[in-house]
Design a protein. Structure first.
Length: 257
């Protein structure tokens, strides 16, 4: 049916579902009226970037009057920012798996309560590239963990739960085809490695701690490249797992600085 799925039987027993970190709720807001026609959701780490993206989409869709700004739908919360431009929702997710996971749980419930259909969700932003030209965009086919495995592991009530991290390959090819229409915009499809840390977890030598040599770092990055990794960031495995489980057509496009 194209509906966004929620796999939680407890939600049916709740009188009200409060999307706390988005400052929205099923009793306080008419979610189908506010969001029922959303077709695209773009998420990224920075609130300012997502505001700028929403403003860009307003101009591209011919929706912005002279000097008109976009309003933060989640202004009552200081956790995330959400903006709308026609059928496009632009939302910040912060940094790291815990932050994006909280946002995605509430976003997916929002799309479900709003009865949205055939929604495409795309992560945009920056990442560290691996063996690619600076300025390239990596479209993720599969998110992998720090051991280069296509999995998202989470401890739930003391048990380790493992979930798949494959993203929509048809959408990846469609985005790659779109990139060919834009000059000087190098784009490729590859694996994205997700880590739990920005410094040691990504092999950086400039953190407060560093427990390895530069030689060991380079050997690890060589193994990652040979495994198909083309960029490194901190959210992709959780993003891929949640999108796949809830029937969202999802993809990640990251710009290599």
């Amino acid at each position: 049916s194209g509906l966004v799925l929620v796999k939680n039987p407890h939600l049916d027993l709740m009188e009200e579902d409060v999307l706390y970190h988005l400052d929205l709720g099923t009793k306080t807001h008419n979610l189908p009226a506010m969001f029922g026609d959303i077709k695209f959701v773009c998420v990224g780490g920075s609130p300012n970037r997502m505001r700028a993206f929403a403003q860009f989409m307003q101009r591209e869709l011919g929706l912005a009057a002279a000097g008109e700004d976009v309003a933060d739908i989640c202004a009552g919360s200081d956790r995330y920012a959400m903006y709308r431009a026609g059928p496009v929702l632009s939302i910040s997710h912060g940094m790291g798996i815990p932050s994006i996971s909280i946002m995605l749980h509430e976003l997916i419930k929002l799309l479900h309560h709003a009865k949205c259909r055939d929604v495409t969700i795309i992560r945009i932003g920056t990442s560290g590239g691996l063996g690619i030209e600076a300025g390239s965009v990596v479209i993720t086919d599969t998110a992998v963990d720090s051991s280069f495995q296509p999995r998202f592991e989470q401890v739930v009530l003391g048990d380790v739960v493992v979930r798949s991290t494959e993203l929509d390959k048809d959408l990846a090819e469609e985005l790659l085809a779109c990139s060919r229409d834009i000059p000087d915009f190098p784009t490729l499809i590859g694996h994205t490695m997700c880590t739990y840390d920005f410094y040691e977890g990504q092999g950086r030598l400039d953190g407060a701690l560093c427990s390895f040599s530069s030689e060991k770092k380079l050997e690890y990055l060589r193994r990652a490249y040979e495994a198909g990794v083309r960029n490194i960031e901190m959210e992709s495995t959780a993003f891929a797992a949640l999108c796949g489980l809830c029937g969202l057509k999802g993809e990640s496009c990251r710009f290599h600085l």
